[in-house]
Design a protein around this ligand. Sequence first.
Ligand code: 9MR
Length: 445
Amino acid sequence: MKRIAYVLLLSILGPGVVAQDSLRYWADKLDKYIGSSVEDYFFLNDFWTMTSRTYHKIMIGQFNMIVAGNEMKFDATEPQRNLFSFTKGDIMMEYAGTWGMATRGHCLLWHNQLPGWITAGLTDGVDNGLYSRDTLLAILENHITTLVTHWKGKVREWDVVNEVFDGDGTLRESIWQQVIGDDYIDSAFVWAHRADPDALLFLLDYGAEGLNSKSHGIYAKVQELLGKGIPIHGVGMQCHLTTNDINFYSIESNVKRLTDLGLLVCFTEVDIKIPADEFSTDVALQRQAREYGQLLSIFLNCEQCPSFVMWAFSDNDSWIPDHTAGTYGQACIYNLKYQPKPAYYALLDTLRAHNGVNVGLNTAASNPFSIVPTLVDDHFIVTSETGSPEFTTAVITDMAGRQIVKLKEITAGEPVYVSALGKGTYVLTVTDRNDNHYLMKFLKK
Ligand code: 9MR
């Protein structure tokens, strides 16, 4: 019954729903995947509401990649030993197929969202002897093989091991680690690869986007795995970030050292949360927009980075408010009512810029200054539709936030020359006498 409703909904939405000039449109042109996690609510229980219609319109219109938020995890897929349940995951993978989206599979192994029959092997977090190493290995092999075989050819990227590190870069003492030992990671990748040799296999974690103890531990581990010939293809950076607290330079460096090993890097659960005392302020929303754009640019500048996936696209569906007891929120690119936020336009403009279109970051929907800078080869001109405001500075930074050029006292309408700018994507920030900032992202060819 629910499946019929689902097919009907899709036919009502119609093929025209795949939007032009959307995130998806520009990402497709760059051979990149941009996506979002989805929750079963909009697939199973809430079909006929306007919200659901809006939700699917955005999902299909803006994204070319999908990941199930919960439905392919251990507790959802094997609630009882060797009794598998694939229905919800199937619906989502089918949806992806219908709408030409690529998929991520999340996740084969984690310490959370395990069924009770597995967690029964721990007492107060410590191995209680219920399972021997051999038994738990057999359980894990069966789980991984069954899932990957079931979705063979349908999942592009599997999150094989999720959050297996502690903050200090050592392996987390999960049930897998305690009962099996550290080599459970090696085995997990081998089994996944055997079941679908074409799937790309990832190790992912949170809080390890930049250079820190955890990411050093991950770096050492993936080097070790590669050295042993274990079939791992990439590292996932979850990117649950906080506004005003992101070191893009550090993230870029970490991406580089991992891709230098020949690995792929995916941004797999992006959101940028705002503290409650800054909710809905222009300053916070504009800053968040810049940050989304910067993160996306790091991704777009990286040839070995295929997928940029957000953990929900609307503040209405985000996990952040619950998880932080309301002290943070507004982390997504659409608001509670599914209206695009400045962050959405920042992603759109960043994608346009990487397609060679020079665009102001503050597009019609969010441009407070009516200033239209244009960058032609070695110079740019800042003009204003509202007269000729005076500008104090123009600063050009690269996508890691490093300042490349700073110019003082620029005048509206007059060309400003920027020589010595190498090829790449930059952000131009122009500040007027009232300390209003205008930002433009551009590609120097
Ligand atoms: O989005 C998921 C949320 O609905 C669940 O309640 C939560 C349970 O831990 O898991 C969320 O997804 C997590 C993801 O699987 C791994 N990284 C952190 C995500 C947010 O908690």
